[in-house]
Design a protein around this ligand. Sequence first.
Ligand code: CEZ
Length: 786
Amino acid sequence: LVRATDDGERFVLTDPTAMPRAAGFLWNRQMMMQVNCRGFAVARFMQPEPARYTHAPNLEAATFMQPEQPYYAHHPGRFCYVKDEESGEIFSAPHEPVRAKPDRFEFSVGASDIRWTVECLGVRVEMEVGLAADAAVELWRIRVSNPSGRSRRLGVYPYVPIGYMSWMNQSARYRPDLGGVVASSVTPYQKVEDWSRQRGFKDRTCLLHDREPVAFETSREAFEGEGGLHAPDGVRQALLGCGEALHETPAAVLQYRIALAPGQAEEFRFLLAPERDDAGIAGLRERYLDGAGFARARDQYAAYIARGRGVLRIETPDRHLDRFANRWLPRQVYYHGDANRLTTDPQTRNYLQDHMGMCYIAPEAAREAFLRALSQQEPSGAMPDGILLAEGAELKYINQIPHTDHCVWLPVCLRAYLDETGEHGILDARIQDGAGETLTVFERICRAMRWLLAARDARGLSYIGQGDWCDPMNMVGHRGKGVSGWLSVAAAHALGLWGDVCERHGRDDLAAEFRAGVADLNSAVNAHLWDGEWYARGITDDGVAFGVANDAEGRIYLNPQSWAILAGTADARRRTLMIAAVERQLETPYGAMMLAPAYTGMREDVGRLTQKFPGTAENGSVYNHAAAFYVHALYAAGESARAWRVLRGMLCGPDDADYRQRGQLPVFIPNYYRGAWREHPRTAGRSSQLFNTGTAAWMYRILIEDLFGLKGAPEGLRVTPQLPPEWPQARAERLFRGARFDVRYARRTGATAIEVRVDGEPLDGDCIGGIRPGRDYRVDVRLPPA
Ligand code: CEZ
């Protein structure tokens, strides 16, 4: 069903119906495009807010990217109809809208392009899409060939539904002067002040060609006629109608007629893009559409993507993991950090964690992001709910809801930066905030830590407000009293990490202050939230503990357990009990669920989380971000076998049954897989297909620092691996502070502890110091038998 090239460069799906939502995504700083195996596409570009240039057939709300995007016949997509001019039969590539059963099908996802090969009616269609490196431009190639052994006369019809662009003004025309279909619109608005912002909008969508068609259509209804998208009138008749769309739903359809001798092929190039005006469109044609420009753009895009290679290359007994970890995981981390999830106001916690991932891809970018986030710190020390990235940007959607956890992520993420780069100078960088006050990074984070210590109730537990890490947990504490068990232990962990930084920074006084805070938080949590076998998730405004054994739904939550391990809240006995409870109640074949049992109805003292469908998103899915925290905690506790089991559960494949159930290719980690696997086994494991997730950064960090144990320290590189017990050996190439480490791990009978040799010399302790940039190191790690 799914095959990979040996090095994992491409994953190929060979059936359009087995995993109909399986998709790949491409992006640059200006745009993002997710396209699935059947040809449906979701694409956005920045101006500077995210906007669409192909639309649904009716009005769509402006919102963030959704999990489990529903597809339907008129959904935006990129298609090509083919007609046998002799028999009149038709099919469409990749698969929609005709859905003819192909004789051969390949959906092949690569790092910088996505390809399809479809054979039907003895005709082969190869489609390929890539992006420009630095502009909102899709570059398409369609090759039609004839493997049938006889001469063929074919009609070829590239089709892009442009959709409902605007209720104010929309139209489309074929423009011989520009060489393609141009659809024009006015982004709807009502406020007079919006006009000044919108006057520069790219309100046109153009499909440009390199070869002149024999006919075209620009109105969706005229094209579709009474045949519907499965058998559009436009394709059934001899020639397209060459119509204009006059405030009618635009579509871009071109018609070519080709004759192919056996074995012969014809190739077409197209460009699809939003633009502002004729001059802009003419510029696109000139820059990209001739053969040389097209090839140059492809190379430049490949070079852009290649900059996200990351710092780890592995060779393990698990080839599937290797392919994912070497190619796809760093790519996903890079996407988050370089494009900021295509938003101008990322949630503060997301922004910080995405840049935690960037520490391993482009640490200068991470540094800049941390400074930018801190420049928006409030005078109280609190962090805002979102970080504004563009001039005039505003806090939108979830960022209008007050959450209380944002400060926690500062030390957690900065720690990764300090470990990776050793650049402690960042702590002394001076930053002015919106109120005009200038403080160093160090001073600002101390302030954030004091804010966390202050935002607690009389018991010493952290207030939750209208949410913490968990966005939709909005009614636990909206009246100002409810507390979060997770936030209390997360604050303890953050303060502990920061205490270590203070000590290194020569500030023992502050280290002592924050460590006292850790002890205080931990004892409050142990006194008020321990429920016998695990920690409660919180206490509501009315003083009711929840996430406890007495709850029929939402009885146990994963996050408080994970972070209680990280913060050292739990002693060994409690830790063992909690881990056993998680294994019993939360682990599934598809990873660890975030809570169980999933809620089946509104619990007004918890909030809208309980209204989500059982097993989706925060209501008891395998929420991978939370699962990653748990894995990180298990490694911190030395539970390496269990950590590996949960970690591996987050990756789909490689066996067919697993692929069919999850419905996703392993070219990214989704934000969740459906949970509620006792209640809804039919859908358990199904991927959300949403590639926006803090999981990517965490998983990369976990692989580098925890599993392969190649973690930075002020003095150098520490080697503390926790390989899965079933691996007899492994190899990792680690790039670190300008040097290259070739690390070979092997289990040896007789070994009782980890022994490390560097260039043949035994290492004293576990830290390789005195690293010289530009040098290659050979590291041999001997491990005791499992
Ligand atoms: O958004 C994510 C947030 O981006 O949910 C996480 C949170 O930690 C991330 O910062 C857990 O709550 O508002 C909603 O109900 C949404 O479902 C969000 O919770 C969720 C979206 O699925 C976005 O990807």
